[in-house]
Design a protein around this ligand. Sequence first.
Ligand code: HEC
Ligand code: HEC
Length: 266
Amino acid sequence: MKTQISRTARLSILPALAFSGLLAVSAQQALAQEVGDHQYTSEAVETGSQVYTQQCALCHGPQGALVDGINLSIGQFRTVQSDADLRQVISEGAGQGRMPAFSLRAEELRGVIAFIRAGFDPEGVAVIIGDPVRGKELFEGEGQCADCHRVRGVGPRTAPDLSNIGAIRTPASLQRNITDPATALLPINRPVRLVTRFEETIVGRRLNEDTYTVQLIDSTERLRSLKKVDLISYEISDEPSKQPTTMSSDEVADVIGYLLTLRGLE
Ligand code: HEC
Ligand code: HEC
């Protein structure tokens, strides 16, 4: 059996790069840019934590769960989906005056949204979440996600079905899958190439594997289960399955907003 580990070669040049001060600086800048584009900064989360304690904790409680049916720290709301919805609720109030309207300064407003998105965790990752309606259009159109992914019975089976993805992944993991898929590889979901002793070559995506068998979706979208004793060769690629998106950070935020609404079949 042969297992290709093609990334090892590329990884081995990393220690060499670490000695270059210039490269280290620009990598750091790139990281700051990335965080600024797709996530709120830790300063914003910090500001928001103070605003929350002073203005919101009285009703919502220190853990954000005191108002019935709402748990701010785990993103459980009544009507809110996007960050724009949060902005509107905070600025205009809710529940016929049971929650008053707040006139916060711009960085306080941004901060309290960041604090909620960070899950009330000062060290949490606070991903910016956009408009799910626009996100759905981008997913099916310009973003090309639907070329590979299936949602609620529509689309190909060559990539994981995303119908329940909003229930099983964090916003941070969704963001990574879109903007930096190479670091978000799922070990099981790898492209594989098999040759059987019946001289059949099968390429596809691995779904599952145990000691004796491997299950995969082949290139014709058929579910296959193969006995390992029948295989002459078995190659697992750890190349990223796709390129980082070329969408803008606002568009990525919209797509994340859409993915978070996917919680099982309707
Ligand atoms: C005086 C009590 C009170 C204060 C103070 C308060 N809220 Fe609320 N909030 C409520 C109530 C009550 C609701 C439920 C409204 C409803 O019935 O839909 C609510 C709802 C919400 C919702 C969910 C809205 C939805 O429809 O999904 C969010 C988000 C929220 N509050 C955030 C905040 C933030 C952030 C602050 C501080 C800036 C804050 N609240 C301060 C009482 C309060
Ligand atoms: C070329 C095909 C392709 C395109 C285009 C594509 N993906 Fe993927 N995606 C995959 C494959 C294959 C995997 C699983 C393998 C892996 O982990 O790399 C995956 C994994 C994912 C996951 C993680 C699934 C999980 O179970 O955690 C998410 C989320 C995702 N993609 C979202 C998107 C979004 C959003 C877009 C559009 C911006 C997109 N993908 C575009 C092929 C694609």
